[in-house]
Design a protein around this ligand. Structure first.
Ligand code: UDP
Length: 325
């Protein structure tokens, strides 16, 4: 019998790559998404498969899934600064009511739950690189607060179900990840820079560009998540690529990759923008035998090809489909 997995946020960037992975591993995959930030185009190639189902549903409302379930992966959530500003309440609800529904369903089905947490639980970190024992430096009432606190609550709720109800749970703390199916123009650095290059605009670096990030290619991330799900480890595990780069260097890499003749221009740094971020992946190495394999130059090429393959009109739409130019 095929194992059955429910993936919330299944039409999103990470959710859709997880659907692909579990289909390749011969699971029965049920993707759930309310399509606020997800996109059916990310999973349309799976619709013809008998072992794939799609539920158009908001996980923050009561969820009903007939039949058995072995695993639940909670990946539904807005995940970009533009979304936090536009849909802050949904962001809070999916991390609180959404995980509550998933954990309740898991109890009934005897399923194991894996939740997508984030490096944002570390806030603007005072410890570098960030290991899982660091508690973070988060501003609950800042612009990122709705996301950061929802994810922190989600971790607490998950541990509570683990401790008090004996539900099998896994927590992955995801660091900056990139790859095909990211949304253009959702405010994140990589799609912003590639979109600007493709439109022939200058690349907007926020602040002086000295803030750092560490970018992980999506296939590496999915491998880490898959291993964590099948492990017996219930505490949080960082999954990310520890190769750190400044945002200014990153913009310059995109200029080189795309061959654009545009330059970097500087814009004000958004409030509470973390100054540095780099995962300590010792735990993932020791417990999962995992580390990233894809070089940034290689991953960026694939991602650029993806953005180039989109219809040109997409370049001029915001993530909610509205024309902005
Ligand atoms: N950033 C930038 N220009 C942009 C978009 C983002 O300089 O057009 C910066 C942003 O301020 C942050 C970094 O790039 O310091 C990474 O931003 P992203 O939104 O991708 O991820 P996060 O800040 O959540 O790590």
């Amino acid at each position: 019998m095929r194992k059955r997995v429910l993936i919330t946020g299944g039409a999103g960037f990470l959710g859709s790559h997880l659907c692909d992975r579990f289909i390749n591993e011969d699971y029965h995959v049920i993707a759930m998404d309310n399509l606020i930030t997800g996109d059916l185009r990310n999973i349309e190639h799976l619709f013809k498969l008998p072992n794939f189902e799609f539920y158009h549903h908001d996980v923050s409302k009561f969820i009903h899934v007939p039949g058995e379930l072995d695993y639940i992966l909670h990946f539904a959530s807005p995940a970009s600064p533009i979304d936090y500003l536009k849909i802050p309440i949904q962001t809070l609800k999916v991390g609180s009511l959404g995980i509550h529904n998933c954990l309740g369903l898991a109890r009934v089905k005897g399923a194991r739950v894996l939740i997508a947490s984030t490096s944002e639980v570390y806030g603007d970190p005072l410890v570098h690189p960030q290991n899982e024992d660091y508690w973070g430096n988060v501003n609950p009432v800042g612009p990122r607060g709705v996301y950061d606190e929802a994810k922190r609550f989600q971790e607490a709720m998950t541990m509570a179900y683990h401790t008090y109800h004996g539900v099998e749970t896994r927590i992955v703390r995801i660091f900056n990840t990139y790859g095909p199916r990211m949304r253009l123009n959702d405010g994140r650095a990589l799609p912003a820079f590639i979109g600007q290059a493709l439109r022939g605009e200058d690349l907007t670096v926020f602040g002086d560009g000295s803030q750092t990030r560490s970018f992980c290619y999506v296939d590496d991330l999915v491998e880490g998540i898959y291993r964590l799900l099948l492990s017996d480890y219930a505490y949080p595990v960082n999954i990310g690529n520890p190769v750190e780069i400044t945002i200014k260097q990153f913009a310059e890499e995109i200029i080189k990759l795309t061959g654009t003749s545009q330059k970097v221009i500087y814009r004000p740094l958004p409030k509470d923008d973390p100054k540095q971020r780099k995962p300590d992946i010792t735990r993932a190495q020791e417990i999962l035998g995992w580390e990233p394999r894809v070089e940034r130059s290689e991953g960026l090429k694939v991602t650029y090809e993806y953005f180039k393959s989109l219809p040109e009109s997409e370049l001029f739409k915001d993530p909610h489909g509205r024309e902005f130019n």
